[in-house]
Design a protein around this ligand. Structure first.
Ligand code: 26Q
Length: 837
């Protein structure tokens, strides 16, 4: 949808293509920094502002990415390679500057350059805002994936939305979460390039008309729609020291020219402005739920906006290369759908191919089913996305027709496979019948894809045997597992330079791109000297975290860096069982109060995470953590023995500090509920030991590191299922004196003396025989295992050995491994080496 003024003139290509080389020496960065600081930003030696220094430095570094970006894209074009597209409503990128330096291999040079200018690089780095365009695991996974794709030189592009407001910032007032909008673009974003020339038009509303075309074929037309423009903003994604720079393309909603105000009659002015604002609202804000929030019209608009803009973009690119012949399209393109959120891309691709490009249903379906692949991220049935047929008919009439068309053919296929089994049809149907008809997005995603994957072994197995059982029976070949990972660049090399350089000193630096190399650290676990260095690095990280907390939050806090750092950071959710953690803390407190403190191991428990603003119980859990923290930390009997802290505004940049300082990683979800988890991997990689249930990727972590180096507790998924129906938490409490005292403290309002009754709903939820998360069932096993943790921690040498072995065996959990598996099983792309200058 390029408007004229952006496409009419072209610069002289021979003049443009020969640019002077950008130096990579210290002086080159000093010179460029000065240029930007003084000439572009208009600052001088009297301005003391790490922000503007950061802007100037970022621009100097961005310049170095541009040439590589251009060369990479040219390489892809020249080779006419097959390409992948990662479609995601969330890309939780965090900060960019230090990662760009790491991947360009210029961290030391730039640090020195800044130092010479009297500027502390850390100060610049820490004033960059996080790009918080995601909720949690799924969004951060997308960010790690595109880092790995670039580092593996795969021609993959990320497509997402450029939300004006990212994940809200969290503050704690009187122990409660308070949300503030995150206007992350307020001071601009030096890393993005607006590309008006690649805008596309997106339809909403209106109705469908049909007619016969010149060949007598029936054609459908979506008319009378209110259109919105999608304008792309591109961010460069550098690979690790390999010359590749891929693209993350985020769409912003802009009103079309029809909203041009002078075209409206004077009388319509206010309505015209309102309509313009409504159009631009589409990309205003990220939905802050990490499980689905069904039915919200704006969310559906966002999803369709992403799908339609991205597909139009890929098709426009295709046509620019090959014209309107789509016969080889599926050989050259592949879309990975990050959960069902962008799965409306399936009917949208059908629509574009049929209505705009004239393909038949069968031709379009063949292409769609050969290019779409779907990743599932949840086992909670209540989190599966559904949209009312009514809403879809009103907002996306042509899309709804196509979904009905897909379902009719799919139902016929099922009826052929299982003749006479009406129940199967009902279970499998994309349309759920009932009071209100709904579209089951997961069913649409499975029916329209050639690949369906879960994100950890157990998760995939449970999908096949439970949630998607019938689909698995019908199409077993579509199902596969892709255990998640995290990028070792950000999550070890970048965030923990001290540990990284110790590792490199021992085994060389190839681990940064082949994390299985970490296995070579194993023998050093027996080396006293190495253990001491390892321990000193962990100790220094703990002290840094204490300072960071003191800086940011509580000034006078007694926070003992010698203590066992016990960390649970993740979204607040009942299934993740932050409550179980709190019950244990209260139990420790009770032991201190009773004088049961022989051989005590001082412990600092840190809990961080955001609650969805509408999730009342989750917010109550935050309040409880803060109240318990308040009582315990103020009690002189407790002193240094126990500290409980709630870490406000947990986010990517916070985790970069926290994970280096963790001794113990809490992964305590109810078995069968956490699809994978990825925080568990970051913590393991940085030498934390996991206390965890047999859930998600914990199972594979334990397999890798061995049972001796993992604290396992709790019921298995099978035992959880078997318990349902006769779970009796009251009987368990009755039989367990420790638990009884904990519950008694809670019920006696020990932590809410002046706020009567506020925790009643929380207490009742865990005492209820229908508690789906069975918190009480795992209490005894958890507490006993925490005792084993203390025994292990008391023996510092033993603990350090376990810590080293955890890091040494974390090689599997690199997204490089994950992405290689996606590529060999699903995408089948050829790596594209880029010529380096
Ligand atoms: C859906 C509809 C409307 C509004 C919001 C949503 C929505 C948004 C985000 C639904 C789900 C999410 C995010 C889910 C998520 O982060 N899941 C996590 O994915 C990780 C990566 O695979 C896993 O490691 C975690 O186990 C899983 O919980």
């Amino acid at each position: 949808m390029p408007t004229k003024k952006f496409v009419t003139s072209k610069p002289n290509s021979s003049l443009i293509s020969h640019l002077p080389e950008q130096g990579m020496e210290k002086k080159d960065f000093v010179d460029d920094f000065k240029q930007y600081y003084v000439h572009l930003l208009g600052r001088d030696e009297h301005t003391s502002s790490p922000f503007y220094a950061g802007e100037a430095l970022s621009m100097a570094i961005r310049d170095r990415l541009m040439e590589r970006w251009k060369t990479t894209q040219q390489t892809y074009k020249d080779n006419e390679c097959r390409r992948g597209y990662y479609l995601s409503m969330e890309f939780l990128m965090g900060r960019t500057l230090s990662n760009a330096m790491l991947n360009l291999g210029i961290t030391d040079t730039v640090t020195q350059a800044m130092y010479d200018l009297g500027i502390e690089i850390e100060e610049i780095i820490s004033c960059e805002q996080d790009a918080g365009l995601g909720n949690g695991g799924l969004g951060r996974l997308a960010a790690c994936f595109i880092d790995s794709c670039a580092s593996l030189q795969l021609p993959v592009m990320g497509y997402g939305l450029r939300y004006e407001y990212g994940m809200f910032t969290q503050s704690i007032v009187d122990g409660e979460q308070v949300e503030k909008p995150d206007h992350w673009l307020r001071h601009g974003n030096v890393w993005e390039i607006e590309r008006l020339e690649y805008s596309h038009r997106i339809k909403f509303g209106g109705h469908v008309e049909d007619h016969l075309d010149e060949n007598g074929k029936q054609r459908f037309c979506w008319v009378g729609s209110n259109d919105v423009l999608a304008t792309p903003y591109d961010t460069p994604i550098p690979g690790y020291q390999n010359g590749t720079v891929n693209t993350l393309r985020l769409w912003k909603a802009v009103a079309t020219e029809e909203f041009n105000l002078d075209e409206f009659h004077a009388g319509d002015y206010a309505e015209a402005v309102a309509a313009k604002i409504a159009a631009e609202n589409i990309t205003m804000v990220l939905y802050p739920n990490d499980s689905s929030e069904n039915g919200k019209e704006l969310r559906l608009r966002q999803q369709y906006f992403l799908a339609s803009a991205s597909l139009q973009d890929v098709l426009a690119h295709w046509i620019s290369l090959y014209g309107r012949d789509f016969s080889h399209f599926a050989e050259k393109n592949c879309f990975q759908l990050n959960d069902t959120h962008p799965s409306i891309a399936i009917p949208e691709l059908m629509r574009l191919l049929m209505d705009i490009h004239g393909l038949s249903w069968n031709e379009a379906w063949k292409i769609t089913r050969a290019t779409m692949a779907y990743t599932n991220h949840t086992l909670l049935p209540e989190a599966l996305e559904k949209w009312s047929v009514k809403l879809m008919q009103r907002l996306l009439p042509r899309i709804m027709d196509i979904i009905f068309g897909i379902n009719a053919r799919f139902m016929a296929e099922v009826a052929m496979h299982w003749p006479g089994e009406g129940e199967r049809l009902r279970c499998l149907s994309i349309i759920e019948e009932g009071d209100v008809q709904q579209v089951r997005m997961a069913h649409l995603a499975i029916a329209g894809s050639f690949s369906v994957n879960g994100v950890a072994q157990l998760h995939t197995q449970l999908l096949q045997q439970g949630l998607f059982r019938d689909f698995y029976e019908l199409w077993p070949h579509k199902f596969n597992n892709k255990t998640n990972g995290v990028t070792p660049r950000r999550w070890l090399a970048g965030c923990n330079p001290a540990l990284a350089s110790l590792i490199t000193e021992m085994i060389g630096n190839s681990w940064i791109t082949d994390l299985t190399q970490l296995k070579k650290l194993e023998p050093y676990a027996n080396d006293v000297n190495f253990r001491k260095r390892w321990r000193d690095i962990k100790q220094a990280a703990k002290e840094r975290l204490v300072d960071y907390k003191k800086d940011k939050h509580e000034g006078e806090l007694h926070f003992n860096a010698e203590a066992l750092f016990d960390i649970q950071v993740k979204r607040i959710h009942e299934y993740k069982r932050q409550l179980l953690n709190v019950l244990h803390v209260i139990h420790l407190y009770d032991r201190i109060k009773r004088g049961d403190t022989k051989n005590w191991v001082p412990r600092c428990v840190l809990i961080g995470g955001k609650a969805a603003p509408g999730y009342i119980i989750a917010k109550k859990i935050i309040k409880l953590i803060n109240n318990v923290s308040h009582v315990i930390n103020a009690d002189p009997d407790v002193g240094d023995k126990l500290t409980l802290l709630f870490f406000p505004d947990y986010r990517v940049s916070a985790m970069e500090k926290i994970c280096t300082a963790a001794d113990l990683s809490e992964q305590i979800s109810t078995a069968g509920k956490e699809a994978s988890g990825t925080g568990n991997m970051k913590l393991m990689m940085n030498g934390a030991i996991t206390i965890g249930t047999l859930d998600g990727a914990n199972i594979e972590i334990r397999e890798e590191v061995g049972d001796d180096n993992f604290f396992l507790f709790g019921l298995t998924e099978e035992q959880i299922v078997a318990r349902r129906g006769h779970y009796d938490p009251l009987a368990i409490i009755e039989m367990d004196d420790d638990l009884q005292r904990v519950i008694h403290l809670l019920e006696a309002a020990h932590f809410n003396q002046f706020e009567p009754g506020i925790f009643d709903d929380l207490i009742n939820s865990i005492k209820c025989p229908h508690d789906p998360w069975m918190t009480i069932a795992d209490f005894r096993s958890y507490v006993d295992t925490q005792k084993r943790v203390e025994d292990a921690y008391r023996d510092k040498d033993h603990w350090t050995r376990m810590s080293i072995l955890n890091c040494a065996n974390s090689g599997k959990f690199s997204t490089d491994r994950t992405i290689n598996e996606y590529n060999s099983d699903i995408w089948k792309l050829t790596p594209q080496p880029v010529k380096r200058k």
